[in-house]
Each structure stands twice: as C-alpha cells, then as structure tokens.
Design a protein around this ligand. Structure first.
Ligand SMILES: [Zn+2]
Length: 331
C-alpha cells in the first residue's frame, strides 16, 4: 500500500534528523515540563504484595520525564514471577491441547481493536481527535508488526472494530493506578482476552502510555492507555508517529523493555536484543552501555527513543509475543 514507502522513508530520514536533534537537544531538554512526583493507588486486582502491584503494567515516558517515574519498571523478583507464570500458563495450555478437544496453537493472529476516545468536551484540545488519526494508528501498528518498517515479521495484525467516544471530564486526565482509571476501564472495557482495548486521553506524569501484561485470568484493567496526541499527526513533538501505541501493545503482548535488567542476567528474556544498562532517549546512534556483544537496541520499539528512531521488533520478540498469545490470549 501507499503507506509503506512513506514509512520507510520516514524511518530512514528519522535517524538522520534525530541525530541532528540530539546535537540541538541540550537546549531543548529544559523545555520539557518536569514530571511531578508519582504515586500509584493500590491495584486490588494484583496478587503481589503492597508496593509491588505495578508488575502487571508497563509504561513509556517522554524525554524530560524520568525512567524513575515509569510506574511499572519491573524488579528482578517481579520478572521472575512473571516468567514463572508464563511457564505455568504454557503447561496449562499444553494440557488442553491433548485429547479430543485439542486446540492447535495459532501461527497468525488478527487482533480486534476497540478504541475508547475519552474527551473533556468536543474540542480537539479537549480530546476530540479525528477518526483519521485512529485509522492511521491502526496502519502504523500493521506496518510495525508486519516487519514493513524494517524489523521482524510478527504473527500479529490489527483490525479496528469500534471507536467509542466518551465525554467525561473526570476521566479525561488519566492517572495510572488511580481509582478513576479503574472506574473508566470497568465501565468501558469490552470483548474477551483477545480484544485490545485502547484508551486515549491526556496522561499524568509526563507519560506517553502504559499497558497491562497478559494474565491467566482476564480482568477489566486489561488494555493499553495512550496519550491521544501521540497518534500519527498529533501534537506530541517527537512522539507523534504512533509508536507509543506500538510500544504499549508490545507490553500487552508480553514484551519487556529492552533495558529491563540492565547489563546483567536475562535482561528482557529475549536472546536477540543486546543488553543495555538504561533507557535510551532521542536517537543516540552508536550507544553501547554494556560490555556484552552488540550495540544498544535503540531502534527497537521497546526502548524509549523518539518515534522516528524506533522501527523494529526482533525475531526473538516476535516469538515471545506469539508464545504468550497462545498461553494467555488465544481462545
Ligand atoms: Zn514501556
């Protein structure tokens, strides 16, 4: 389709322009509003001890925000728990795949997408983003997950099922972990484990978005929250080509950040993403923060770089997402 060459051009051009932006960035960094202190409300749906409830969700922050403010960076213990849960879910599924009612694992997946546009009022500043930005977002997802932007081909494609516009001023500013977020999702979430519910609004704490990881038991919090103006053509400078959506859906499909675990241990539990010690911002070409082989994966969708800098998933990430789908989200 017509979008593909444009996307490839923008990706190629993006690396060059953001290298330039990096040189200019010392002045620009101070312009970004400082994020306020974050405190998360308890997540009653999670089984983890108080203070560690955040392991079921993950986020993306803007440059100028702080990775420390990412409400959902996993501790080593949380990661071990999640990996153990994945193994248990796979064992559970293996048992249901024998005998007369066997269900074969899927090799390709079309994800139905329901987009909830939370609005304060009918103005663009009040969250009324046009349908055209939503359809562009779906195109960006399909380009990214098909490998058309330069990465691995994954099993996933996305099909817009419904745009649900909701005017509610108390939901418009979405705070991760808040009771308002819970109330909003409880009242709006629709579909089964395979349905992607995407909530668009204005976000607190300099966040671009956050997502829940898959769980064996579906709950109403499941889904991704994305800054409305991060959609393609939005006003979120450097983050307005739709890759916040790509990144958050990566979490929803069980991917961790490429900088998870830093330089040691199993990192993001994917073998073909080189380790990196911390999030990369902007587009720091040649960055290499760990002694292990490979430059930092700054072009990976699961880092924190500019949209113009990130363009790929790896084959290992594609495998991990499909495995997790068959463990958690397949019928
Ligand atoms: Zn993230």
């Amino acid at each position: 389709m017509g979008l593909r060459p444009n996307l490839l051009t923008r990706r190629a051009a993006g690396v060059a322009t953001t290298t330039l932006a990096l040189l200019l960035s010392t002045a620009a960094v101070g312009v970004v509003p400082a994020a306020s202190a974050f405190s998360a409300a308890p997540d009653n749906a999670c089984a983890e001890p108080a203070g560690e409830h955040s392991g079921h969700a993950d986020a993306r922050v803007k440059k100028g925000g702080s990775a420390k403010l990412d409400p959902n960076e996993l501790t080593a213990a949380q990661l071990r728990d999640r990996e153990a849960d994945l193994a248990a879910a796979l064992r559970e599924r293996a048992n249901t795949r024998t005998g007369a009612n066997a269900v074969a694992p899927l090799a390709t997946v079309t994800v139905p997408v329901v987009v909830h546009v939370i609005q304060r009022d009918s103005t663009r500043a009040g969250g009324n983003i046009p349908d055209s930005m939503i359809t562009s977002q779906i195109s960006v997802l399909n380009q990214a997950y098909s490998g058309a932007t330069g990465g691995a081909t994954t099993a996933f494609s996305f099909q817009l099922q419904k745009v649900n516009r909701v005017t509610n001023s108390s939901w418009y500013q979405i705070t991760q972990g808040s009771s308002a977020e819970r109330q909003m999702k409880t009242s709006l979430r629709t579909g089964g484990k395979n349905t992607l519910n995407m909530y668009l609004g204005q976000l607190s704490n300099n966040l671009l978005g956050w997502a829940t990881f898959p769980k064996r038991t579906l709950d109403s919090m499941d889904g991704v929250v994305v800054l409305n103006e991060s959609l393609p053509g939005g006003t979120a400078t450097n983050y307005n080509q739709g890759d916040t959506g790509t990144h958050e859906i990566g979490h929803w499909l069980n991917l961790y950040h490429t900088f998870q675990g830093g330089c040691s241990g199993s990192g993001d539990s994917v073998s073909d993403t080189p380790a990196e010690s911390s999030p990369a911002y902007q587009c720091p070409t040649g960055r290499d923060t760990c002694s292990a082989p490979g430059l930092d994966p700054i072009t990976n969708f699961m880092d924190y770089t500019y949209d113009s800098c990130m363009y790929q998933f790896t084959p290992g990430q594609a495998d991990r997402m499909l495995t997790a789908w068959n463990a958690y989200r397949a019928a």
